[in-house]
Design a protein around this ligand. Structure first.
Ligand SMILES: NC(=O)C1=CN([C@@H]2O[C@H](COP(=O)(O)OP(=O)(O)OC[C@H]3O[C@@H](n4cnc5c(N)ncnc54)[C@H](OP(=O)(O)O)[C@@H]3O)[C@@H](O)[C@H]2O)[C@@H](O)CC1
Ligand SMILES: [K+]
Length: 486
């Protein structure tokens, strides 16, 4: 699992590590890692380093220093390196090294450049880009618009202009193909719109990790983590031991929500799916293995409930939600169940639940539940709602965030624009419910479901614009290729 640390934690670790090393060591390590990455990018994309045109955007701090040191190393290898100073003072030693290696100063972004290194600002950034930096970034973007391949943009440590701790992007910011980051990931590289600006993120080890003593602000699971969490069938398991998931979703008017949720649940690890609601006929017709009842109270025992989508918000829907919340098993609430929570009448029942609750809002549902939009700091907003509701919050988005009432946060790296279509959330909730019923801890179930659902979205999109059923259909193959065989 990747961890991302806030700037304050990185600063403390940097100070502790620096105290053990000769001055300048960390910058040299950072610049060496950066140089290596730029050399491979120049070689892969433009056939070599010699004679290739590299532009450095150089700000006032050590981020500019890293960039100048890497620029000097590239100049020594024969690249034609120019540097655009965006501050009155820049890292002096780096500047001298660059000039000594044959680099030159330029007053504007040159017309033709192969690679731009963004060393405007790093973890010392305050606020958005300043005017001269924003103008340079705009020139680079215009050059790129005229030639899709050139210049490639490499962000140094973070893309300049993003909010490093939150992942927000409130003004102009660099759009990088690659970000080479030092010592540890930062939240902006993994969550929020900033993560999109970062492009491919590569971590350079500068020896910082042992000095990062606090808790990661954010964790990002990798495929091996999800594979390890995924509940497996053992030789002793029968359909009951694998867990039974119940879905109280859909209605006679909205049977589609029930169908999609059940499709998601059937792809999960449980052997047995029950359905309770007025879309029972549609479920029986489509999924003969699913055991159906009209009401939650008549459905029989389950190890987890999924409730909400397509349920409506009338008296019957409210009674069904109350029955679900009263069950001493994990519960996943979505859509109409979240709308039913907004007036606060079920807040006490929710807070008193002993078994875990997971809520899966998109931004508008989040705003109704929390009383305000998630805002630029999606992680912090999700954490606050999780604590208030005593529930794991899965906040949907390009990088879905999972936050626990205990203060842990995760981001999903497999998000896909393909999932921004009606009904995909129903598939996700069904899959999540199945993982809960199989006994996986609520936050891991939420993360694992989001991860696999994202991959299924990508797989479905490979054959053209997918709908939610395509995503559900892609789950089985995704799981067998990615989770079970890994
Ligand atoms: N962590 C580590 O272990 C290691 C970290 N390393 C590197 O050090 C970097 C941090 O360096 P840093 O502390 O010098 O800050 P940095 O990001 O260069 O910016 C500060 C300067 O920028 C300016 N400035 C501020 N806001 C701005 C804006 N919005 N737009 C434009 N300018 C703005 C601000 O100017 P001022 O406000 O003073 O006028 C100030 O002078 C880090 O990201 C990494 O690259 C590696 O070398 C080695 C190991
Ligand atoms: K930067």
């Amino acid at each position: 699992m990747k961890g991302a640390w806030r700037v304050s934690d990185i600063r403390s670790a940097e100070a502790a590590l620096m105290a053990t090393l000769p001055p300048g060591t960390l910058m040299k390590r950072a610049a060496a890692g950066l140089t290596k990455r730029v050399v491979s990018l120049l070689t892969d994309r433009f056939g070599g380093v010699y004679g290739r045109r590299v532009l450095l955007l150089v700000g006032a701090g050590d981020n500019g220093g890293d960039t100048l040191l890497a620029g000097a190393a590239l100049a020594r290898r024969g690249a034609a390196v120019s540097a655009l100073r965006l501050a009155d003072r820049v890292h002096e030693e780096g500047w001298a090294l660059l000039l000594a290696a044959g680099g030159r100063s330029v007053a504007a972004v040159p017309r033709t450049v192969d690679v731009v290194l963004d060393g405007i600002v790093g973890i010392g950034a305050k606020g958005g880009l300043r005017a001269n930096a924003a103008a340079a970034v705009k020139s680079v973007r215009q050059a790129r618009a005229g030639d899709r391949a050139r210049p490639a943009v490499v962000a140094v440590d973070v893309p300049s202009g993003v909010s490093v701790d939150t992942g927000a992007v409130e003004g102009d910011a660099v759009r990088a193909d690659v970000t080479v980051t030092f010592g540890a990931y930062k939240p902006a590289l993994l969550v929020g719109p900033a993560a999109v600006h970062a492009g491919i993120v590569e971590l350079v080890d500068i020896g910082l990790r042992p000095y990062l003593t606090g808790t990661a602000a954010l964790r990002v699971p990798e495929r091996v983590d999800v594979a390890a969490w995924w509940p497996r069938t053992g030789p002793q398991d029968d359909k009951y031991r694998r867990g039974v998931v119940g879905l109280a979703t859909g209605s006679a008017d909205y049977p589609g929500a029930a169908v999609l949720g059940v499709a998601g649940a059937l792809a999960g690890p449980t052997g047995y799916v029950r359905y309770a609601g007025s879309a029972a006929q549609a479920i029986r017709d489509r999924f003969p293995t699913v055991v159906c009842a009209e009401r939650v109270g008549d459905a029989g025992r389950v190890q987890a409930w999924v409730c909400g989508s397509g349920l409506g918000t009338d008296g019957r829907a409210q009674a069904e939600l109350r029955a679900v919340l009263a069950a001493p098993v994990p519960v996943c609430l979505d859509a109409d169940a979240l709308n039913l929570l907004v007036d606060g009448s079920l807040a006490g029942q929710l807070r008193d639940r002993r078994a875990p609750t997971v809520v899966t809002p998109h931004d508008r549902e989040f705003a109704r539940l929390a009383g305000a939009d998630p805002g630029p700091d999606r992680v912090e907003s999700a954490l606050q709602l999780a604590a208030r509701m005593n529930a794991v919050v899965l906040l949907k988005g390009d990088r879905t965030v999972v936050a626990t009432p205990g203060g842990f946060a995760y981001a999903n790296p497999t998000g896909s624009a393909a999932l921004a279509t009606a009904g995909t959330g129903d598939v996700l909730a069904g899959l999540l419910g199945s993982l809960l019923a199989a006994g996986l801890a609520a936050e891991l179930a939420a993360m694992a479901a989001a991860y696999v659902h994202g991959l299924a979205g990508r797989r479905a999109a490979a054959d053209g614009p997918p709908n939610a059923l395509h995503v559900a259909e892609a789950l089985r193959e995704t799981l067998s290729n990615v989770i079970i065989k890994s």
